[in-house]
Design a protein around this ligand. Structure first.
Ligand code: SAM
Length: 358
Protein backbone atom coordinates (compact mmCIF):
# COMPACT_ATOMS: atom_id res chain seq x y z
CA UNK A 1 0.00 0.00 0.00
CA UNK A 2 1.24 3.49 -0.81
CA UNK A 3 0.10 6.01 1.76
CA UNK A 4 0.12 9.65 0.77
CA UNK A 5 -0.71 12.34 3.27
CA UNK A 6 -1.56 15.40 1.22
CA UNK A 7 -4.27 17.23 3.17
CA UNK A 8 -4.85 18.12 6.81
CA UNK A 9 -7.72 15.61 6.87
CA UNK A 10 -5.37 12.87 5.63
CA UNK A 11 -2.99 13.76 8.43
CA UNK A 12 -5.72 13.74 11.08
CA UNK A 13 -6.97 10.37 9.84
CA UNK A 14 -3.45 8.94 9.91
CA UNK A 15 -2.87 10.11 13.49
CA UNK A 16 -6.26 9.08 14.86
CA UNK A 17 -5.78 5.62 13.39
CA UNK A 18 -4.45 4.77 16.89
CA UNK A 19 -8.04 4.42 18.08
CA UNK A 20 -8.89 1.02 16.64
CA UNK A 21 -5.56 -0.58 17.67
CA UNK A 22 -6.13 0.73 21.20
CA UNK A 23 -9.62 -0.82 21.25
CA UNK A 24 -8.25 -4.16 20.03
CA UNK A 25 -5.46 -4.14 22.59
CA UNK A 26 -7.88 -3.31 25.45
CA UNK A 27 -10.03 -6.29 24.44
CA UNK A 28 -7.01 -8.59 24.26
CA UNK A 29 -5.65 -7.32 27.59
CA UNK A 30 -9.04 -8.16 29.07
CA UNK A 31 -8.92 -11.67 27.49
CA UNK A 32 -12.36 -10.78 26.21
CA UNK A 33 -12.45 -13.22 23.30
CA UNK A 34 -11.43 -16.05 25.62
CA UNK A 35 -14.23 -15.07 28.02
CA UNK A 36 -16.78 -14.99 25.19
CA UNK A 37 -15.50 -18.35 23.83
CA UNK A 38 -18.47 -20.15 22.20
CA UNK A 39 -21.16 -18.31 24.18
CA UNK A 40 -23.71 -15.58 23.40
CA UNK A 41 -23.43 -12.84 26.01
CA UNK A 42 -25.44 -9.84 27.08
CA UNK A 43 -23.32 -6.90 28.22
CA UNK A 44 -24.34 -7.16 31.92
CA UNK A 45 -23.49 -10.89 32.07
CA UNK A 46 -20.18 -10.44 30.26
CA UNK A 47 -19.29 -7.39 32.39
CA UNK A 48 -19.75 -9.52 35.51
CA UNK A 49 -17.60 -12.30 34.04
CA UNK A 50 -14.66 -10.05 33.09
CA UNK A 51 -15.15 -7.69 36.03
CA UNK A 52 -15.51 -4.33 34.25
CA UNK A 53 -18.21 -1.64 34.10
CA UNK A 54 -21.29 -2.25 31.93
CA UNK A 55 -20.95 1.20 30.37
CA UNK A 56 -17.29 0.62 29.40
CA UNK A 57 -17.93 -2.86 28.06
CA UNK A 58 -20.99 -1.79 26.04
CA UNK A 59 -18.93 0.80 24.15
CA UNK A 60 -15.97 -1.58 23.76
CA UNK A 61 -18.17 -4.42 22.44
CA UNK A 62 -20.02 -2.11 20.05
CA UNK A 63 -16.67 -1.09 18.56
CA UNK A 64 -15.48 -4.69 18.34
CA UNK A 65 -18.69 -5.53 16.50
CA UNK A 66 -18.05 -2.56 14.18
CA UNK A 67 -14.56 -3.99 13.53
CA UNK A 68 -15.96 -7.48 12.83
CA UNK A 69 -14.41 -9.27 15.81
CA UNK A 70 -17.71 -9.69 17.68
CA UNK A 71 -21.08 -10.45 16.12
CA UNK A 72 -23.99 -8.52 17.58
CA UNK A 73 -27.46 -9.97 17.46
CA UNK A 74 -30.14 -8.06 19.38
CA UNK A 75 -28.71 -7.62 22.87
CA UNK A 76 -26.09 -10.39 22.66
CA UNK A 77 -22.53 -10.67 21.42
CA UNK A 78 -20.68 -13.73 20.05
CA UNK A 79 -17.15 -14.25 18.79
CA UNK A 80 -16.39 -14.06 15.07
CA UNK A 81 -14.55 -17.03 13.52
CA UNK A 82 -11.19 -15.30 14.02
CA UNK A 83 -11.79 -14.24 17.61
CA UNK A 84 -13.17 -17.68 18.52
CA UNK A 85 -9.90 -19.30 17.36
CA UNK A 86 -6.67 -17.29 17.05
CA UNK A 87 -7.69 -14.81 19.79
CA UNK A 88 -9.23 -17.33 22.17
CA UNK A 89 -6.85 -18.94 24.69
CA UNK A 90 -9.22 -21.91 25.02
CA UNK A 91 -8.78 -22.83 21.34
CA UNK A 92 -5.83 -24.89 19.96
CA UNK A 93 -5.34 -22.33 17.14
CA UNK A 94 -4.70 -19.52 19.70
CA UNK A 95 -1.76 -17.32 18.66
CA UNK A 96 -1.39 -15.57 22.01
CA UNK A 97 2.40 -15.52 22.19
CA UNK A 98 2.63 -13.44 19.03
CA UNK A 99 -0.24 -11.22 20.18
CA UNK A 100 1.55 -10.59 23.49
CA UNK A 101 4.73 -9.59 21.66
CA UNK A 102 3.06 -7.07 19.34
CA UNK A 103 0.95 -5.66 22.18
CA UNK A 104 4.12 -5.16 24.25
CA UNK A 105 5.46 -2.99 21.41
CA UNK A 106 2.74 -0.38 22.00
CA UNK A 107 4.59 1.10 24.99
CA UNK A 108 7.94 0.90 23.18
CA UNK A 109 6.61 2.76 20.12
CA UNK A 110 5.40 5.44 22.54
CA UNK A 111 9.08 6.12 23.29
CA UNK A 112 10.12 6.38 19.64
CA UNK A 113 11.48 9.91 19.97
CA UNK A 114 14.06 8.67 22.51
CA UNK A 115 15.53 6.32 19.92
CA UNK A 116 15.28 8.89 17.14
CA UNK A 117 17.33 11.28 19.29
CA UNK A 118 19.91 8.75 20.46
CA UNK A 119 20.05 6.47 17.42
CA UNK A 120 20.08 3.65 19.97
CA UNK A 121 17.61 0.96 21.02
CA UNK A 122 15.46 1.33 24.12
CA UNK A 123 17.00 -0.43 27.07
CA UNK A 124 15.78 -4.00 26.78
CA UNK A 125 17.10 -7.24 28.22
CA UNK A 126 20.01 -8.91 26.52
CA UNK A 127 18.90 -10.80 23.36
CA UNK A 128 20.51 -13.88 24.90
CA UNK A 129 18.56 -13.67 28.15
CA UNK A 130 16.91 -17.14 28.12
CA UNK A 131 13.41 -16.14 29.33
CA UNK A 132 13.16 -13.34 26.79
CA UNK A 133 14.47 -15.60 24.03
CA UNK A 134 11.99 -18.32 24.96
CA UNK A 135 8.97 -15.95 24.87
CA UNK A 136 10.19 -14.38 21.64
CA UNK A 137 10.70 -17.76 20.00
CA UNK A 138 7.17 -18.90 20.83
CA UNK A 139 5.94 -15.57 19.46
CA UNK A 140 7.80 -16.27 16.19
CA UNK A 141 6.13 -19.68 16.00
CA UNK A 142 2.68 -18.15 16.47
CA UNK A 143 3.57 -15.50 13.90
CA UNK A 144 4.50 -17.90 11.08
CA UNK A 145 2.56 -21.10 11.65
CA UNK A 146 0.12 -20.20 8.86
CA UNK A 147 2.67 -18.66 6.51
CA UNK A 148 5.49 -21.24 6.67
CA UNK A 149 3.57 -24.11 4.98
CA UNK A 150 2.40 -21.74 2.22
CA UNK A 151 5.98 -20.61 1.52
CA UNK A 152 7.33 -24.17 1.72
CA UNK A 153 4.75 -25.24 -0.85
CA UNK A 154 6.12 -22.72 -3.36
CA UNK A 155 9.86 -23.31 -3.02
CA UNK A 156 11.11 -26.21 -5.08
CA UNK A 157 13.62 -28.14 -2.99
CA UNK A 158 13.72 -31.24 -5.20
CA UNK A 159 17.31 -32.48 -5.32
CA UNK A 160 18.25 -30.86 -2.01
CA UNK A 161 19.25 -33.29 0.73
CA UNK A 162 20.16 -30.89 3.51
CA UNK A 163 18.77 -27.55 4.68
CA UNK A 164 20.10 -25.25 7.39
CA UNK A 165 17.48 -22.97 8.97
CA UNK A 166 19.93 -20.26 10.08
CA UNK A 167 18.52 -18.09 12.87
CA UNK A 168 15.60 -20.48 12.57
CA UNK A 169 14.15 -19.71 16.02
CA UNK A 170 11.23 -22.09 16.59
CA UNK A 171 12.08 -24.05 13.42
CA UNK A 172 8.60 -23.44 12.05
CA UNK A 173 10.00 -22.99 8.55
CA UNK A 174 12.34 -26.00 8.87
CA UNK A 175 9.37 -28.16 9.89
CA UNK A 176 7.31 -26.85 6.96
CA UNK A 177 10.11 -27.67 4.49
CA UNK A 178 10.49 -31.15 6.01
CA UNK A 179 6.76 -31.77 5.76
CA UNK A 180 6.83 -30.94 2.01
CA UNK A 181 10.06 -32.80 1.20
CA UNK A 182 10.08 -36.36 2.58
CA UNK A 183 13.77 -37.07 1.90
CA UNK A 184 15.11 -33.73 3.15
CA UNK A 185 17.04 -33.43 6.42
CA UNK A 186 17.08 -30.06 8.19
CA UNK A 187 19.04 -28.37 10.97
CA UNK A 188 17.79 -25.47 13.09
CA UNK A 189 20.56 -23.14 14.18
CA UNK A 190 19.88 -20.45 16.78
CA UNK A 191 20.73 -19.38 20.30
CA UNK A 192 20.40 -22.21 22.86
CA UNK A 193 17.11 -20.97 24.42
CA UNK A 194 15.51 -20.72 20.97
CA UNK A 195 16.73 -24.18 20.01
CA UNK A 196 15.10 -25.57 23.18
CA UNK A 197 11.74 -24.19 21.98
CA UNK A 198 12.36 -25.64 18.49
CA UNK A 199 12.88 -29.06 20.10
CA UNK A 200 9.58 -28.80 22.01
CA UNK A 201 7.69 -27.81 18.85
CA UNK A 202 9.37 -30.51 16.73
CA UNK A 203 8.41 -33.16 19.27
CA UNK A 204 4.79 -32.73 18.13
CA UNK A 205 5.69 -33.37 14.43
CA UNK A 206 6.29 -36.65 12.64
CA UNK A 207 9.23 -35.21 10.72
CA UNK A 208 11.14 -34.48 13.95
CA UNK A 209 13.43 -37.46 13.28
CA UNK A 210 14.82 -35.59 10.24
CA UNK A 211 15.53 -32.42 12.23
CA UNK A 212 18.75 -31.70 14.12
CA UNK A 213 19.89 -28.71 16.14
CA UNK A 214 22.84 -26.33 16.30
CA UNK A 215 22.73 -24.08 19.36
CA UNK A 216 25.24 -21.29 18.70
CA UNK A 217 25.80 -17.60 18.03
CA UNK A 218 25.80 -17.24 14.26
CA UNK A 219 27.67 -13.94 14.38
CA UNK A 220 30.52 -15.33 16.46
CA UNK A 221 30.77 -19.10 16.09
CA UNK A 222 31.80 -21.05 13.01
CA UNK A 223 28.90 -22.66 11.14
CA UNK A 224 29.69 -26.38 11.19
CA UNK A 225 28.96 -28.61 8.19
CA UNK A 226 27.87 -27.84 4.63
CA UNK A 227 24.35 -27.76 3.23
CA UNK A 228 22.49 -27.76 -0.07
CA UNK A 229 20.16 -24.98 1.08
CA UNK A 230 20.50 -22.30 3.73
CA UNK A 231 17.22 -20.65 4.70
CA UNK A 232 17.85 -17.24 6.31
CA UNK A 233 14.52 -15.81 7.30
CA UNK A 234 13.92 -12.57 9.17
CA UNK A 235 17.44 -12.23 10.54
CA UNK A 236 19.08 -9.88 8.00
CA UNK A 237 17.22 -6.84 9.39
CA UNK A 238 18.61 -7.40 12.91
CA UNK A 239 22.15 -6.49 11.85
CA UNK A 240 24.03 -3.66 10.17
CA UNK A 241 25.58 -3.84 6.69
CA UNK A 242 29.08 -4.87 7.84
CA UNK A 243 27.82 -7.77 9.98
CA UNK A 244 25.55 -8.94 7.18
CA UNK A 245 28.37 -8.90 4.65
CA UNK A 246 30.68 -10.82 7.00
CA UNK A 247 27.93 -13.38 7.61
CA UNK A 248 27.34 -13.86 3.87
CA UNK A 249 30.99 -14.82 3.43
CA UNK A 250 30.69 -17.45 6.16
CA UNK A 251 27.36 -18.67 4.78
CA UNK A 252 28.94 -19.19 1.36
CA UNK A 253 31.58 -21.41 2.96
CA UNK A 254 28.77 -23.47 4.56
CA UNK A 255 27.05 -24.16 1.22
CA UNK A 256 27.78 -27.11 -1.03
CA UNK A 257 28.86 -26.18 -4.60
CA UNK A 258 25.81 -24.90 -6.48
CA UNK A 259 23.90 -24.63 -3.18
CA UNK A 260 21.23 -22.04 -2.52
CA UNK A 261 20.94 -19.29 0.05
CA UNK A 262 17.33 -18.18 0.43
CA UNK A 263 16.88 -14.88 2.27
CA UNK A 264 13.42 -13.91 3.42
CA UNK A 265 13.18 -10.37 4.75
CA UNK A 266 11.37 -7.05 4.56
CA UNK A 267 13.13 -5.82 1.42
CA UNK A 268 12.64 -2.36 -0.01
CA UNK A 269 11.95 -2.58 -3.71
CA UNK A 270 11.56 0.92 -5.17
CA UNK A 271 14.39 3.08 -6.47
CA UNK A 272 14.27 5.53 -3.59
CA UNK A 273 14.26 2.83 -0.90
CA UNK A 274 10.93 3.85 0.66
CA UNK A 275 8.43 1.12 -0.29
CA UNK A 276 6.78 -1.22 0.44
CA UNK A 277 5.25 0.51 3.44
CA UNK A 278 5.74 -2.51 5.73
CA UNK A 279 9.48 -2.55 5.06
CA UNK A 280 9.85 1.11 6.06
CA UNK A 281 7.65 0.71 9.14
CA UNK A 282 9.56 -2.38 10.20
CA UNK A 283 12.83 -0.40 10.19
CA UNK A 284 11.35 1.60 13.10
CA UNK A 285 11.16 -1.59 15.16
CA UNK A 286 14.81 -2.22 14.35
CA UNK A 287 15.66 1.29 15.57
CA UNK A 288 13.78 0.63 18.82
CA UNK A 289 15.11 -2.86 19.50
CA UNK A 290 18.50 -3.38 17.84
CA UNK A 291 21.92 -1.71 17.87
CA UNK A 292 22.43 -1.53 14.11
CA UNK A 293 19.46 -3.22 12.43
CA UNK A 294 17.47 -1.76 9.55
CA UNK A 295 15.59 -2.88 6.49
CA UNK A 296 17.49 -3.01 3.23
CA UNK A 297 16.77 -2.82 -0.45
CA UNK A 298 16.90 -6.01 -2.45
CA UNK A 299 19.43 -4.27 -4.76
CA UNK A 300 21.78 -3.39 -1.87
CA UNK A 301 21.55 -6.93 -0.48
CA UNK A 302 22.41 -8.26 -3.95
CA UNK A 303 25.61 -6.20 -4.00
CA UNK A 304 26.65 -7.69 -0.63
CA UNK A 305 25.90 -11.19 -1.89
CA UNK A 306 27.85 -10.64 -5.09
CA UNK A 307 30.83 -9.24 -3.20
CA UNK A 308 30.76 -12.33 -0.96
CA UNK A 309 30.99 -14.57 -4.04
CA UNK A 310 27.35 -15.56 -4.62
CA UNK A 311 25.94 -15.66 -8.12
CA UNK A 312 22.67 -16.17 -10.05
CA UNK A 313 20.86 -13.87 -7.60
CA UNK A 314 17.16 -13.32 -8.13
CA UNK A 315 13.93 -12.44 -6.35
CA UNK A 316 11.52 -15.35 -5.90
CA UNK A 317 7.94 -14.19 -6.04
CA UNK A 318 5.33 -15.97 -3.94
CA UNK A 319 1.60 -15.91 -4.69
CA UNK A 320 -0.10 -12.75 -3.44
CA UNK A 321 -1.51 -13.20 0.03
CA UNK A 322 0.83 -16.05 0.89
CA UNK A 323 4.04 -14.07 1.53
CA UNK A 324 5.71 -13.26 4.80
CA UNK A 325 6.79 -9.96 3.18
CA UNK A 326 5.91 -8.51 -0.20
CA UNK A 327 8.38 -9.92 -2.81
CA UNK A 328 10.57 -10.84 0.15
CA UNK A 329 12.66 -13.83 -0.92
CA UNK A 330 16.10 -13.45 -2.50
CA UNK A 331 17.80 -16.53 -3.90
CA UNK A 332 21.58 -16.63 -4.36
CA UNK A 333 23.71 -19.58 -5.49
CA UNK A 334 27.17 -20.63 -4.52
CA UNK A 335 29.41 -21.30 -7.52
CA UNK A 336 28.93 -24.82 -8.88
CA UNK A 337 32.47 -26.11 -8.41
CA UNK A 338 35.38 -25.39 -6.12
CA UNK A 339 37.29 -24.29 -9.23
CA UNK A 340 34.70 -21.57 -9.83
CA UNK A 341 34.93 -20.55 -6.18
CA UNK A 342 38.70 -20.24 -6.45
CA UNK A 343 38.43 -18.22 -9.68
CA UNK A 344 36.00 -15.82 -8.05
CA UNK A 345 38.21 -15.38 -4.99
CA UNK A 346 41.24 -14.70 -7.18
CA UNK A 347 39.82 -11.91 -9.30
CA UNK A 348 36.56 -12.42 -11.10
CA UNK A 349 34.48 -10.67 -8.40
CA UNK A 350 34.32 -7.44 -10.45
CA UNK A 351 32.76 -9.22 -13.44
CA UNK A 352 30.22 -11.05 -11.36
CA UNK A 353 29.24 -7.81 -9.65
CA UNK A 354 28.29 -6.07 -12.87
CA UNK A 355 26.46 -9.17 -14.07
CA UNK A 356 24.37 -9.46 -10.93
CA UNK A 357 23.37 -5.81 -10.96
CA UNK A 358 22.27 -5.82 -14.55
C1 SAM B 1 12.92 -12.57 13.91
S1 SAM B 1 13.47 -14.14 14.41
C2 SAM B 1 13.16 -15.12 12.96
C3 SAM B 1 12.92 -16.57 13.26
C4 SAM B 1 12.64 -17.41 12.02
N1 SAM B 1 13.79 -17.48 11.16
C5 SAM B 1 11.44 -16.87 11.25
O1 SAM B 1 11.58 -16.38 10.13
O2 SAM B 1 10.35 -16.93 11.80
C6 SAM B 1 15.23 -13.93 14.34
C7 SAM B 1 15.96 -15.16 14.86
O3 SAM B 1 17.34 -14.97 14.64
C8 SAM B 1 18.02 -15.44 15.78
N2 SAM B 1 19.33 -14.78 15.87
C9 SAM B 1 19.60 -13.47 15.72
N3 SAM B 1 20.89 -13.25 15.95
C10 SAM B 1 21.44 -14.45 16.24
C11 SAM B 1 22.75 -14.86 16.58
N4 SAM B 1 23.74 -13.97 16.65
N5 SAM B 1 22.98 -16.16 16.80
C12 SAM B 1 21.97 -17.07 16.74
N6 SAM B 1 20.70 -16.74 16.42
C13 SAM B 1 20.44 -15.43 16.17
C14 SAM B 1 17.12 -15.02 16.92
O4 SAM B 1 17.43 -15.72 18.12
C15 SAM B 1 15.76 -15.33 16.36
O5 SAM B 1 15.36 -16.64 16.64
Amino acid sequence: MRRRIASFDDLRDAITAYRLPRILIAALELNLFTAVDTGAWTVPALARKVNVSERGLAILCRNLAMAGLLKKSGETYRNSRLSATALNAQHPAYRGDYLKLIISHWADWGRLLESVKSGLPLDHGEPDEPDHRRRFTWAMHHRTLDTAPKIAAQIDLRGARTLLDLGGGPGTYAMAFLARNPTLRATVCDRPAAVDVAKEIAATHQAAARLSYLPLDIMVDAIPGTYDVIWYSNVLHIYGPKDNQALFRRVLAALNPGGRLLIQDAFLHDRDGVFPEEASLFAVSMLLFTEKGNTYSAAETKTWLTAAGFERIKVLRMKKGTEDWEDGILEARSPRTNGETRARRTGSAKNSRSRSLS
